[in-house]
Design a protein around this ligand. Structure first.
Ligand code: NAP
Length: 483
């Protein structure tokens, strides 16, 4: 593996960096400038199966290590990652586009999952169950599931990886990672962190390349005991169907369509600031970012005017420039999708308040102006489809029940937010929102120590927290007869 050269041997199997057997490669672009940064190895089924073989061979030794030994290595990876924060953040911004300050934040967050699971490795307790029988004793012991296949997206190319690797490795599982093809360089840098921290050969393997071929290999290979996936609901469903054949376990973190509800009694300045941060962080390419904002009739004008005033101060551009607060979208397809939603809304009567079109400045990249529309109705696509871009639609409401019904009227159930200073309303509304994650006067709920995950078509299972490691163990039940 040579990150300095243009061509990177990006496949890591049993401790060896290698090229794809086919010799295939693929380019990585900077979405701000459209420059080709590197080319990486484009593997497929062969490499995926070899990596599973290596992970299987490494499993007996890794799972037999004491929790303390696994924890010590995870602590090392945590420190190594933080030492390399600046370098990895720069790679991340260069291939993904988000502003450097956000990329640094992501590396810190990514490292925090390694720290948390270095600690959790030592707290993976079993249970004894009071027996109903005088001559039997019942125990439950957690045991690592086995070989894990992890598939991750480009929008958080560092933290979506460590949120899986931390708990899987802590539990004693071995892993084959397949990262997104738009951001393989961050994945390589992270795997290098684990290699340098001293993880044994075969415990963590990396296969970059053809998603469909690698995904098929994961689904077909009986030695893969669980697929942990973060990405779109469409691919999540495909993995569910494919995994049914051999009853493979799945952990799925899928799409979202988060509402923000701003009540008349909200702290307006806080709601404005948080709505901006939620919507425009990572250029709106966040699974838990606000997709639609419901504002009480009585404060909508104030809210909108304050929001646009602040939005005008936010600088759009190349994420490598320190003052930039909004970067590019990941690709041309993403720009088209935002444009389509804007055009659809305007054709159905929405009012364009700010932005509204693709932007290039002096750059060649995939930029779209941060955009605000009002007079929005439920028939507009933006109110039912995940945007994954910098479009903020504002719809008004009158009654609390109406806002809750609108917020819940979706196939998604990842995150929802509400702003109110009324504690009774906060609890009442929180309980009625059909979402896995609720932010009350807060839009940044993700934390290594808390369980993150969606309901409905946003997924199944949790990442982070005590719950996150449970995904990677089987609870073995033991019934013991005694004389
Ligand atoms: P995506 O197209 O589903 O891709 C995600 C990953 O799946 C990539 O590694 C991709 O590889 C791979 N993939 C694509 N087709 C596959 C197939 N047929 N079999 C196996 N793997 C396949 O999603 P995306 O557009 O990159 O990411 C955005 C989506 O992720 C959004 O919907 C967002 O809400 C969701 N997301 C959810 C969470 C969460 O925690 N719930 C977090 C972040 C993102 P290639 O890159 O090689 O195509």
């Amino acid at each position: 593996m040579e990150l300095d050269g243009r061509l990177v041997n990006s496949i890591f199997i049993n401790g060896e960096w290698q090229a794809a057997a086919s010799g295939n490669i693929k380019d990585v672009y900077n979405p701000s400038t459209m420059e080709k940064i590197k080319a990486f190895s484009y593997g497929g089924k062969t490499e995926a199966n070899e990596a599973v073989e290596a992970a299987k061979a490494a499993f007996p030794l890794w799972s037999a290590k004491t929790a303390r030994e696994r924890s010590t290595l995870l602590y090392k990876a945590y420190h190594t990652m933080l030492e390399r924060k600046e370098a990895i953040a720069t790679i991340l911004t260069t291939e993904q586009g988000k502003p450097l300050a956000e990329a640094r934040g992501e590396i810190e967050s990514a490292a925090s999952y390694l720290l948390w699971y270095a600690e959790e490795a030592n707290r993976l307790y079993g249970e004894t169950i009071p027996s109903s029988h005088p001559h039997k004793r019942f125990f439950v012991i957690p045991q690592p599931i086995g070989v894990i296949a992890a598939i991750t997206p480009w929008n958080f190319p560092a933290s979506m990886i460590t949120r899986k690797l931390g708990p899987a490795l802590a539990a004693g599982c071995t892993v084959v990672l397949k990262p997104a093809s738009q951001t393989p360089l961050t994945a390589i840098a992270i795997v290098k962190v684990f290699e340098d921290a001293g993880f044994p050969k075969g415990v963590l393997n990396l296969v970059t390349g053809d998603a469909a071929a690698i995904g098929d290999a994961f689904m077909e290979n009986e030695d893969v005991r669980l697929i942990t996936f973060t990405g779109s609901t469409a691919v999540g469903k495909l993995l569910m169907r494919g995994s049914a054949a051999n009853v493979k376990k799945l952990s799925l973190e899928l799409g979202g369509h988060a509402p923000i509800i701003v009540f008349a009694d909200a702290d307006l300045d806080l709601a404005v600031k948080m709505s901006l941060l939620s919507k425009f962080r990572n250029c709106g390419q966040t699974c838990i970012c606000a997709n639609r904002i419901y504002v009480h009739d009585s404060i909508e004008k104030d809210f909108r005017e304050k929001l646009i005033k602040q939005l005008k101060l936010m600088k759009l551009g190349n994420g490598l420039e320190e003052q930039v607060e909004i970067g590019p979208l990941i690709d041309e397809h993403a720009v088209r999708k935002v444009k389509e939603q804007v055009d659809d809304a305007l054709s159905k009567g929405a009012i364009l308040e700010y932005g509204g079109k693709a932007w290039n400045g002096e750059l060649q990249g995939h930029f779209f102006e941060p955009t605000v529309i009002s007079n929005v109705t439920d028939e507009m696509k933006v109110m039912s489809e995940e945007t994954f871009g910098p479009l903020l639609p504002i719809q008004t409401f009158d009654q609390e029940a109406e806002a809750i019904a609108k917020a819940n009227d979706t196939q998604y159930g990842l995150a929802a937010y509400l702003f109110t200073e009324n504690i009774h309303r906060a609890l009442r509304v929180m309980e009625k929102l059909e979402y896995g994650i609720i932010g009350i006067n807060d839009v940044f709920p993700a934390a290594a120590e808390a369980p993150f995950g969606g309901i409905k078509q946003s997924g199944q299972g949790k990442e982070g927290g005590r719950e996150g490691i449970i995904e990677f163990v089987e609870m073995k039940y033991v019934s013991m007869g005694i004389k």
